[in-house]
Ligand binder design. Structure first.
Ligand SMILES: [Zn+2]
Length: 298
């Protein structure tokens, strides 16, 4: 007779969170999900398709596919749990929406989150601010967003003049931030948005994209958001312009500048779209940078 336990169908992976430290602060990478989809020809606007295919197959993806991972980051500040970005929550593809479950696995409940910092307003970063029912997913949290990002997406002229492919994202911004009205504030680049957490400009992927430098006791970690998509491809080819970047040339300038500085300083980085848990460094390699993941457990 079959063993009832081993015969039970699997329902997914084990809870996925990864705790490490910055000085005395604990930072926790929280797996939100993974999506594999078709990668349309021309996904990278300015590179030959055979080179793009070779780069993606070189990281083990099936021909013509794109696998994306989504990893928000929690930062335990003294007296307050801060969350950076949210993923989709339960508003996205069925293989996403694991954030709150993994937050619980890491020992918290959504009510523990005191502040949510948002890097930019793309759907995979803000949809999880609301539950499927339209309620705040982190009911006690104040939401802090980049002023420049707010000014772009919430502007009615920009919405009216946006290309069709961006209009759903403009609509999403209105839905999310209307539902959170009163609970949302803005910050400027250069602001210390929370003690030890500084907002830094990273415009290009979106007009107001923001990175966050987390610092404590001489150590730091730079949350680079979507300065690159998967860094195994886009740090290695920083001049490539993926379709996700709204201002492609500015995004390339930003990517090159951030990666060059990080490589020269040996800075520890956190990429929202790197394979989980998203931590690592970059070092120069040929005409780009190699992403070197942090070894699990250190
Ligand atoms: Zn993203």
């Amino acid at each position: 007779m079959a063993d009832a336990v081993s015969a039970a169908p699997g329902t997914g992976n084990t809870p996925a969170y990864y705790r490490s430290s910055v000085g005395d602060l604990s930072v926790v990478a929280l797996h939100e999900g993974t999506v594999t989809r078709e990668r349309a020809a021309g996904f990278v606007r300015n590179a030959a398709e055979d080179k793009v295919e070779a780069a993606f197959s070189g990281i083990g993806l099936a021909p013509g596919t794109l696998t994306l991972t989504f990893t928000p980051l929690a930062v335990e500040l003294p007296g307050e749990l801060v969350l950076i970005d949210t993923g989709y929550g339960d508003n996205g593809p069925s293989t996403t929406g694991r954030l709150r479950e993994n937050l619980r696995a890491a020992g918290y409940v959504p009510q523990d989150v005191g502040t949510v910092l948002i890097s930019h307003f793309h759907t995979d970063h803000i949809s999880g601010l609301l539950t499927k029912a339209g309620e705040p997913a982190f009911p006690r949290a104040r939401i802090l967003v980049p002023q420049a990002e707010w000014d772009y997406w919430m502007n009615e002229d920009n919405f009216a003049n946006a290309p069709d492919r961006l209009k759903p994202n403009f609509e999403l911004c209105r839905k999310v931030f209307d539902a959170l009205s009163g609970g949302t504030g803005t910050f400027q680049w250069g602001d210390e948005v929370k003690p030890g957490v500084t907002a830094l400009p990273a415009a290009g992927h979106t007009p107001g994209q923001t990175m966050f430098r987390i610092s404590d006791r001489g150590e730091s970690l730079l949350f680079v958001a979507d300065v690159t998509n998967n860094p195994f491809v886009f740090a290695r080819h920083p001049g490539w312009q993926p379709g996700f970047d709204i201002m492609p040339e500015e995004a390339v300038r930003c990517r090159r500048a951030v990666l060059a500085e990080a490589a020269s300083q040996g800075a520890r980085l956190f990429f929202f779209h790197a394979p989980f848990p998203g931590l690592g460094v970059v070092r120069p390699e040929q005409d780009g940078y190699a992403f070197v993941p942090q070894i699990w457990g250190t």
